[in-house]
Ligand binder design. Structure first.
Ligand code: OAD
Length: 250
């Protein structure tokens, strides 16, 4: 499943990046955005995931995010998330850059995580910017309001038309450009600017590996494409890395 070149490159790698999308959480039961059963087949992003929609109908947007949080609270990290958390201990530098808001990398034990699209467990007031973790949000229905200034509270996720959090973006770009191996996992790699990271990594000399159940827009530009489920491929990759690092032939 893994080429000799990938295993050799990994055996010398000091810096590795795992760039993840909705596909890594699919085996935990979180629906993806595109493809069959994708969220954007059932809902229109412009009705739910943008600031105008929120200001027009905050109750509807909150109903949707509460429902998504409900789904996410009932699930657990899968073997793919756990393998990435364990890989962090195998390299001098290892970062997870995720487009997911589901918090599963953190729950799996990964420590260096850049969340490009926010996190559904965090919220903030659009009036005074006070932060609220979801557990302490006032009320369980309608749109919660800030106890401090009565402003509307919104989920701390990036909506269409919004900029990515600049600290997370800068750190992600620098990790991507400084990586020896860049793994693009479970993402259709079509949503920019996140999707520019594998391309930037490759331009900077990283060995770019795509892990996905099907080819994507990135496949032609990757050094290697591994077709398979991330919950199966990543534990196997971890095992090979561990074997190499113990000094036994992979
Ligand atoms: P997509 O739904 O666009 O793509 C999910 C990818 O995961 C597809 O390429 C699938 O083939 C692949 N996949 C599904 N199951 C898999 C599995 N078990 N193992 C490996 N791959 C699997 O999701 P993203 O690329 O994450 O943005 O979407 C990017 C952004 O679009 C999201 O962060 C979201 C959305 O609009 C915002 O909300 C800002």
């Amino acid at each position: 499943m893994f080429s000799r070149r990938l295993l050799d490159t990994l055996s010398r790698a000091r810096s590795v990046v795992a760039f993840t999308g909705a596909g890594i959480s699919a085996e935990s039961g979180v629906p993806t955005f595109r493809g069959s059963g994708g969220i954007w087949k059932k809902y229109r992003p412009e009705e739910l995931a943008n600031l105008d929609a929120f200001l027009r109908n905050p109750e509807l947007v909150w109903e949707w995010y509460r429902a998504r949080r409900q789904v996410m609270s009932g699930i657990a990290p899968n073997a793919g998330h756990l393998a990435l958390a364990a890989m962090e201990r195998c390299f001098e530098r290892f970062a997870v850059i995720t487009q997911n808001i589901d918090n599963l990398h953190r729950r799996a034990g990964s420590r260096t995580i850049y969340e490009l699209h926010g996190n559904i467990e965090r919220n903030y007031c659009i009036g005074c910017r006070a932060q609220y973790v979801s557990e302490v949000l006032p009320g369980t229905e309608g749109a919660p309001r800030c106890p401090a200034c009565n402003g509307l509270i919104r989920p701390d996720v990036v909506w269409f038309g919004e900029l990515l959090p600049s600290d997370e973006w800068d750190a992600s770009l620098s990790a991507a450009e400084g990586s020896d191996v860049f793994l693009s996992i479970g993402t259709s790699a079509v949503v920019y600017p996140a999707a520019s990271l594998p391309r930037a990594a490759r331009r900077s000399g990283a060995y770019v590996v795509e892990i996905n159940i099907e080819p994507t827009d990135l496949s032609d530009q990757a050094d290697e494409v591994i077709l398979g489920r991330s919950g199966e491929v990543l534990p196997e990759l971890l095992e090979r890395i561990t074997t190499i690092q113990k000094g036994t032939p992979a």
